[in-house]
Ligand binder design. Structure first.
Ligand code: AMP
Length: 179
């Protein structure tokens, strides 16, 4: 059987940074947003296709499963300021948080979740902020109720949004090369 070639990790030399776990629908937007704010970041992603995309977009990145403590050490978790966990599975996120807390008790941890039982699990493992996707959808839909009808179509177009207006629609719907 033919074995796949190992992908070499590129060492990152960084401190007082943010670590993003996952470079999918959430992580890509977040990484771009932090770059625009000049916040230094390292992204940990476990698929080759998304990892290649990170390199193409010139982000410091590490390939592998963020549950693995060795990878967190490569990302300099010991001196990072923030961990942003964007993976969709709350239980996997909980494991990542638990390992991270043991390596850096003071780091601020922000986590994505979807279900109530996940929220409990994540909170118990030491997250500082939990963002529940469905709550954000409801909040933004309610926000549009108070708005006048506009020309064209907006996406998440509230005051502190990440993607706004029709000009971003094309970018958001661009086919993903990894698919
Ligand atoms: P999305 O749900 O579209 O925001 O994508 C989530 C991203 O997180 C995908 O690119 C996954 O490959 C990535 N991911 C999921 N679990 C892990 C993990 N344990 N470590 C690193 N990346 C992960």
């Amino acid at each position: 059987m033919k074995r796949r070639k190992e992908v070499a990790q590129i060492p990152v030399d960084i401190c007082r940074h943010a670590i993003i776990v996952g470079y999918g629908r959430v992580g890509t937007i977040l990484a771009e947003n932090l770059r625009q704010k000049d916040i230094p970041i390292v992204v940990i992603e476990n698929t080759r296709a998304r990892f290649k995309e990170l390199a193409k977009n010139s982000f410091r990145s590490i390939i592998g499963n963020a549950v693995n403590k060795a990878l967190m050490k490569l990302a300099h978790i010991d001196c990072a300021q923030t961990l942003l966990v964007t993976v969709p599975n709350g239980y996997e996120a909980g494991q990542i948080i638990e390992k991270t807390r043991s390596l850096n008790p003071d780091i601020t941890i922000i986590v994505r979740a979807h279900y109530d039982d996940e929220v409990r699990y994540i909170r118990e493992r030491g997250a500082n902020h939990i963002v529940v996707g469905e709550h954000e959808i409801a909040r933004t839909m309610a926000h549009f109720l108070s708005k006048k009808k506009t020309v064209g179509c907006t996406i998440n177009n509230n005051d502190d949004n990440l993607l706004s207006g029709t000009k971003d629609l094309d970018k958001y719907l661009k086919p993903d090369a990894s698919n």
